[in-house]
Ligand binder design. Structure first.
Ligand code: ZN
Length: 434
């Protein structure tokens, strides 16, 4: 027997069904992650307008504003303490001009003093409260020196004279330096420094940079982060090949950034993530990973449950469509969790088939992995056959945007139990990293 509804009730019922349907439709993966949206974003990021997205160029600035605009449009938040999604920092490279130094009243040979500074001119003495430490014979010179560099303090580091042949290599810190108000002074000498004085002059070159970062707070595990990242810089304009000098980096790594933007939009629309999600477009990956290095100093690595770094997902992997690989598969059990979540779907993830190429160490995931974070790169690159890699021909036309759309969906499916907080991948054992 039929239940008879009044016309009014039917209309109300229909409108409820319709509203419910629209809600479901809006949050459906298929509707949010679609080829036309992937194409729109990918086209802009890899256009000639972006001039190959080289750091410190108007091209990369265009890309930065575009990505920030997409995060804003999706309704995401900026990280605390930063504006317009721009996590800004400055790299400096000091070029040595000259120095004068003395130790316990005696003048020092300037070859025995290395000053790491962001200031054109410094004068420091034992009265200035520098923290005094020593690197002793038999120690790991570069490891200890790096720790002191990272301490963000004014430091006087006395280096044992047994390191005289490698001492000069500490000037390498001047090649990649975050702008800082602090100095680290290395002196090669066995005596204790009771009184000392150092004056140094450098030419300082400054390079302003910005990661573009957005967050979506978690519903219940607000203090546990899952990072989705890719690098938005590329190698810029270079030697022309077949008359084209713009290295568009459509696959490397506009494809990854497109994925990150799509994921941000998707998760915001779903709005049911238990963990806090952080979406990052890193700068300066190609020039040494400075973007991820800086980012890693602004986040507590212990709070990061997992990092999905996405690199070169625009082409078909060696297994064909709907498949990708995970770098550093054996470093944590994250790969197994992703595989478990993909069981019964059309997608498969595999361990990195190119272990000789050390891909785990060649992208921004490595920076976080070195801090213990389960941080891996997802990629479809066919490393034995990527004819456009770092060439002006890395253009959108060479990508399979339909497959790329599928890969973005597969990342969502693979991340399901990590985003929901059910699974926590094991940590990277940093002592096992090379
Ligand atoms: Zn790359």
């Amino acid at each position: 027997m039929l239940i008879l509804f009044s016309m009014k009730k039917i209309l109300i019922l229909l409108s409820f069904i319709a509203a419910g349907y629209i809600l479901v439709a809006q949050t459906n993966v298929e509707n949010i992650i679609n080829v036309s949206e992937v194409t729109r974003i990918q086209k802009i990021l890899s256009s000639d307008d972006m001039l190959g997205r080289m750091v410190n160029t108007p091209g990369i600035e265009k890309a930065a504003s575009f990505i920030a605009g997409e995060f804003k449009k999706a309704g995401l938040q900026s990280l605390e303490g930063i504006k317009n999604f721009r996590q800004e920092f400055v790299m400096v490279s000091p070029r040595f001009l000259g120095l004068k130094a003395s130790l316990n009243g005696a003048e020092l040979d300037d070859k025995k003093v290395i000053v790491i500074t962001s200031q054109p001119s410094i004068k420091a003495t034992d009265k200035d409260g520098y923290l005094k430490v020593r690197i002793s014979e038999g120690a790991n010179l570069f490891k200890e020196a790096s720790n002191y560099m990272a301490a963000n303090k004014n430091m006087l580091v006395m280096v044992d004279e047994s390191f005289s042949s490698s001492f000069n290599r500490l000037t390498g810190f001047k090649r990649q330096l975050f702008k800082s108000p602090n100095q680290v002074i290395f002196i090669l000498h066995n005596d204790e420094a009771s009184t000392w004085e150092v004056e140094a002059q450098h030419n300082i070159y400054e390079l302003p940079m910005a990661n573009i970062v957005s967050i979506l707070p978690g519903k219940s595990k607000n203090d546990e982060f899952v990072i989705f990242s890719a690098h938005y810089d590329h190698v810029g304009i270079g030697k022309p090949i077949n008359g084209d000098s713009i290295y568009n980096g459509a696959n490397d790594d506009a494809s990854g950034v497109t994925a990150v933007i799509m994921l941000a939009d998707y998760y915001k629309k779903r709005n049911n993530n238990e963990r806090t999600l952080v979406f990052v477009a890193f700068t300066a990956e190609e020039s040494g990973g400075f973007g991820s290095s800086y980012f890693s100093t602004r986040i507590n690595p212990e709070k990061v449950s997992a990092m999905f770094n996405i690199e070169m997902v625009g082409t078909e992997s060696k297994w064909g469509r709907n498949s990708a690989f995970i770098t550093g598969y054996d470093k944590t059990d994250m790969g197994k969790i992703l595989e478990k979540n993909l069981r019964g779907t059309n997608f498969t993830f595999h361990p990195d088939p190119y272990p000789d190429q050390q891909l785990f160490y060649r992208s921004d995931n490595a920076t976080l992995a070195r801090l213990g974070v389960p941080a891996h790169t997802i990629s479809t690159a066919k490393m034995e056959d990527e004819p456009h890699y770092h060439k002006p021909s890395d253009e959108i036309e060479t990508l399979d945007l339909k497959n790329m759309t599928s890969i973005i969906k597969s990342i969502i499916l693979s991340a399901r139990s990590i985003v929901s907080g059910e699974d926590s991948p094991s940590r990277v054992n940093v002592n096992e990293l090379r």
